[in-house]
Design a binder for this molecule. Structure first.
Ligand code: C5P
Length: 218
């Protein structure tokens, strides 16, 4: 597959989604928010009252997901769930079930379908290591816990959810620890990834850093 992919992996709330969107816009490429797929699977499990410990049933929900991504948002069974999937309860369940190999396997092909001409910017935890290991440019986007919690807090408030910084930090740390320690597709930088620490960088500066790397790659 010669369609180019830029992967952006990193911990919770490191700004991956925003940076991926801006980079994709600048290049005129498609974007994959892989975390949204894990969140959609979690939302489907909650709605169907699936026992999260039942790995086969969880994977089945993911295989049967009826979802659509368009400019108006993310749709599940014809309903706009863009805000629902951002709730902390959904994020927490997504983070727990994301450790399950059958679920990850069920979402693999679904993610690769997003690789369409003229190119794809994919953000997540394992984009550079597992889903698109041959991507010509891989970014590991990091930021310290305080800046990440502030970003997540702002994001939640904009969506009308309440948020407390202390709880967010504790939550984020638990989530990252789970992502880093799981045996299947753990969060880590690919050996050929470029690490960018965006703690003290604005969006524009970070986007430019990625685009500069891309112009040196291609
Ligand atoms: O990035 P986001 O917070 O939306 O992802 C929700 C959860 O899905 C994460 O906490 C992580 O555990 C999981 N995830 C994953 N692999 C990905 C993307 C997300 O395990 N590629």
């Amino acid at each position: 597959n010669s369609i180019p992919v830029i992967t952006i992996d990193g911990p919770t709330a490191s700004g991956k989604g925003t940076i991926a969107q801006h980079v994709a816009e600048a290049l005129g490429w498609h974007v994959l928010d892989s975390g949204a797929l894990y969140r959609l699977a979690a939302l489907a499990c909650l709605r169907a009252q699936v026992d999260p410990a039942d790995q086969q049933q969880v994977a089945k929900q993911a295989s049967n997901l009826d979802v659509r991504f368009d400019s108006a948002g993310i749709w599940m069974q014809g309903q706009n769930v863009s805000n629902d999937i951002r709730q902390e309860a959904v994020g927490n369940l997504a983070s727990r079930i994301a450790a399950q190999p059958p679920l990850r396997e069920a979402l693999l092909a679904r993610q690769r379908v997003f690789r369409q001409a003229p190119g794809l910017v994919a953000d997540g935890r394992d984009m550079g290591t597992i889903v698109f290991p041959e991507a010509p440019l891989k970014i590991f986007l990091d930021a310290d816990a305080a800046s990440r919690a502030q970003r997540r807090c702002k994001q939640l408030k904009e969506k009308g959810f309440s948020a407390k910084i202390d709880e967010l930090i504790a939550d984020m740390e638990a989530r990252d620890a789970r992502d880093r320690s799981r045996s299947h597709a753990p969060l880590r930088a690919a050996s050929d990834a470029h690490t960018i620490d965006s703690s003290h960088m604005g969006v524009e500066e970070t986007v430019k850093a990625v685009l500069d790397l891309w112009s040196k790659t291609s």
